[in-house]
Design a protein around this ligand. Structure first.
Ligand SMILES: NC(=O)c1ccc[n+]([C@@H]2O[C@H](COP(=O)([O-])OP(=O)(O)OC[C@H]3O[C@@H](n4cnc5c(N)ncnc54)[C@H](O)[C@@H]3O)[C@@H](O)[C@H]2O)c1
Length: 286
């Protein structure tokens, strides 16, 4: 059955590939972008987000089956935080009631985060974002931007960490899970799109990325490969994924974070086994 989807950042890269894939499968897609599309709006400002929501609701007649909040920037500037965090969260807030009204009974929402969630972040900026304090977040972001691109580079991972934390915080609440809306994030590794074109064009750029974004499985992604995951996440087949950040990253998450990400709640080990006792009674080898 045809569904109505909203895709932001649909004029380029992952957003365009997602919009094309969903349309190719017989769905109606409303593309939102600052450059061109069904709804042209600037998601970096509160007014632009309001315009985007109004434009989408007009186009969709008030009912939407899925939202892909994907638009983003990776510049060392405050605008990166405005679009990546407040643009995505603002749009989802604005369109939530149209998702609840979806006649399909299978509303879905996805944001595009990044493997950059695993990189160092500016903690006060992340906290201001997740607290929903845009004014404070933008003041911090402007201050980081003013210190030059090397310092400003922390704006991108900070915006994506905040976004994945927001998803994790709100997805299980009455607003999303309680309303029957799976809300999740995708976290791509390096994807060949205009966003990273310059960076991966030189040997120096690629070498710099190697340690920061190790991708032992198949190397860099194509936008269509991320689109396939997003399309599943917004499909009715996805019934129980809640608040996850799904790393589609050729392995960078597992390489960087290692094998054990489950020990957060383990009690201190107090029970010893016969195997432990036998090992302890053996003389230490020299
Ligand atoms: N390319 C990568 O390696 C990579 C990796 C991880 C995550 N991502 C994320 O994927 C998403 C898509 O990026 P991409 O690689 O396709 O980049 P892209 O530059 O090809 O596309 C981004 C799109 O977002 C739109 N956009 C930017 N600012 C906007 C604004 N203020 N309002 C509305 N639209 C705006 C742009 O016009 C563009 O069409 C971003 O959120 C990005 O952070 C990309």
């Amino acid at each position: 059955m045809s569904r109505t989807y909203v895709v932001t950042g649909a004029a380029s890269g992952i957003g365009r590939a997602t919009a094309n894939l969903l349309a190719h499968r017989g769905n109606r897609v409303i593309g939102v972008d600052v450059r061109s599309g069904d709804v042209v709006a600037d998601l970096s400002t509160p007014q632009g987000r309001e315009d985007a929501v109004e434009g989408v609701l007009d186009e969709a007649g008030g009912r939407i089956d899925g939202v892909v909040a994907n638009a983003g920037l990776s510049l060392p500037t405050a605008a990166t935080v405005a679009v990546n965090y407040f643009g995505a969260v603002g749009l989802l807030h604005g369109l939530r009631s149209a998702l609840v009204a979806a006649s399909s009974g299978a509303p879905r929402a996805v944001v595009t985060s990044s493997m950059a969630t695993l990189m160092p972040v500016h903690a006060p900026l992340v906290e201001a974002c997740v607290a929903g304090d845009e004014e404070r977040a933008m003041l911090i972001a402007a201050d980081l931007e003013a210190q030059g691109p090397q310092v400003g580079a922390i704006l991108y991972p900070s915006s994506k960490r905040a976004l994945s934390r927001w998803v994790r915080r709100v997805a299980p609440t009455a607003t999303w899970a309680g309303a029957g809306i799976p809300l999740n994030a995708v976290a791509p590794g390096i994807v060949r799109t205009p966003m990273v074109e310059e960076l991966i064009a030189t040997e120096e750029g690629r070498a710099g990325l190697e340690a920061a974004v190790p991708m032992p499985l198949h190397g860099y992604l194509e936008a269509q490969q991320v689109a396939a995951l997003i399309a599943w996440l917004v499909s009715p087949e996805n019934t129980h994924l809640c608040g996850q950040t799904v790393y589609v990253d050729g392995g960078s998450d597992v390489v960087l974070r290692g094998e054990d990400v489950w020990s957060w709640n383990d009690p201190p080990s107090t029970v010893s086994t016969p195997h432990d006792e036998a090992r302890e009674s053996q003389p230490a080898s020299s």
